[in-house]
Design a protein around this ligand. Structure first.
Ligand SMILES: Nc1ncnc2c1ncn2[C@@H]1O[C@H](COP(=O)(O)OP(=O)(O)OP(=O)(O)O)[C@@H](O)[C@H]1O
Ligand SMILES: [Mg+2]
Length: 364
């Protein structure tokens, strides 16, 4: 059967609201076209992965059934096949560290032959949106290993009393196959054991986690992620072979992210506009920068008669907070210089600075 012969089936399933069938037919199509159209196949995998795939689809991954909570029967993990993602944009030092880990995993056999213990765990910390999940997806793609994600904040805490058992079954599952075990929001469980508020259950949980991390074989890759490294138990820190703090993107990284996300659309913008956006986005995350650029692209498509620079600056001003008077003056002047026909009111609309202030800044 070739891929497009499955399309009528897919349409029927969709019109019947049969979500499970839609998922499994989509995955079948994805697998069939993987060689010829890897990009589209990867997109299909991503869509199905993001839609909380049911058991049907998991079977196509050749993995054993995912562990469930014994009482509620809810699945404890989310399983995603590797999909193609572009290299994360990181400064060379951080990228080098991630890449070293990747290389060490790629050379696993060689390490074992030489009796060298290869590292198998990495702890990523950093503010929301700096790319912890994205880096994990990239590792999954490069190592061609599915990701088994445990969202500790939501899943474990709702099974209070059984969470130790649940952690064990998650690790048993991950250990029995070749996957990346992704422990997201690790701080949710890994609170400091000496915290006053942490009572028996949480302490037990941390102990189970420590033991499982300790006993995990080198064949299993573990990635931990946290936004709050300061509340992590020190003992948990120590269990990870590498700990990497992912910073907000620096100037070079912002340039790259903006260029990559805007793609060809960047050619419609003046160099000065790009420079302003790069300089003024120093306090936001890579994720916010990507989102801003997606907004800009959509705006450009919807308002073809409007100048790209104006649309871009408008979006930028809605996301960032202009730092100081100096930056505000600079922005107003930049706009006035490039678009002398704009009124104070127009500039105020773009920048969200009052017309009176715009007038003052331009006179100075
Ligand atoms: N370093 C990066 N390089 C390229 N793209 C990035 C990077 N960081 C974030 N992004 C983009 O932002 C999106 C969101 O980032 P991601 O989910 O990885 O952040 P996170 O650190 O896991 O955040 P959270 O703490 O909220 O889970 C990614 O899907 C990707 O498109
Ligand atoms: Mg994340």
């Amino acid at each position: 059967m070739i891929a497009y012969e499955l399309v009528p089936k897919l349409i029927r399933a969709a019109l019947n609201n049969d979500k499970k069938a839609v998922e499994s037919i989509s995955l079948m199509i994805g697998r069939k076209i993987k060689k010829e159209y890897p990009q589209i196949a990867s997109e299909i995998m991503q869509i199905t992965a993001n839609s909380n795939v049911g058991a049907d689809a998991l079977r196509t991954l050749d993995l054993s059934p995912a562990p469930v909570d014994r009482e509620s029967r809810n699945q404890l993990v989310k399983v995603e096949e590797p999909i193609k993602v572009e290299e994360p944009v990181l400064n060379s030092d951080i990228f080098g560290q991630i890449n070293d880990f990747l290389r060490e995993r790629e050379l696993l056999e060689k390490f074992l032959e030489e009796d060298i213990i290869p590292p198998n765990s990495i702890l990523l910390s950093g503010k929301p949106g700096v790319g912890k999940t994205y880096i994990t997806k990239w590792l999954s793609y490069k190592l061609n290993l599915p990701i088994v994600t445990v969202d500790l904040a939501t899943s474990i805490s709702s099974y209070l009393g059984r969470s130790g058992q649940n952690i064990k079954s998650i690790f048993d599952y991950a250990k029995s196959q070749n996957v990346i075990l992704f422990l997201d929001e690790l701080d949710a469980i890994a609170k400091r054991r000496d915290d006053m508020g942490d009572l028996g259950e949480l302490k037990r949980l941390v102990n189970v986690l420590l033991k499982e991390l300790e006993e995990c074989p080198v064949t299993c890759v573990i990635v931990g992620a946290t936004n709050h490294p300061e509340i992590l138990d020190k003992a948990i820190w120590r269990r990870f072979d590498r700990s990497i703090v992912i910073p907000l993107p620096g100037k070079e990284e912002r340039k790259k992210l903006i260029g990559r996300t805007l793609g060809k659309k960047i050619e419609d913008m003046k160099l000065e506009t790009i420079r302003f956006i790069v300089n003024s986005t120093d306090s936001i995350s890579a994720s916010e920068i990507c989102k801003m650029c997606e907004h800009i692209k959509r705006q450009m498509l919807m308002n073809e008669e409007e100048k790209a620079d104006i649309l871009a600056l408008k979006e930028c001003c809605r996301i960032i907070e202009l730092k100081d008077r100096n930056e505000k003056v600079q922005l107003c002047r930049l706009i006035k210089k490039d678009f002398p026909g704009l009124s104070l009111r127009d500039i105020s609309n773009i920048t969200l600075i009052s017309s009176a202030s715009v007038g003052r800044y331009l006179k100075e």
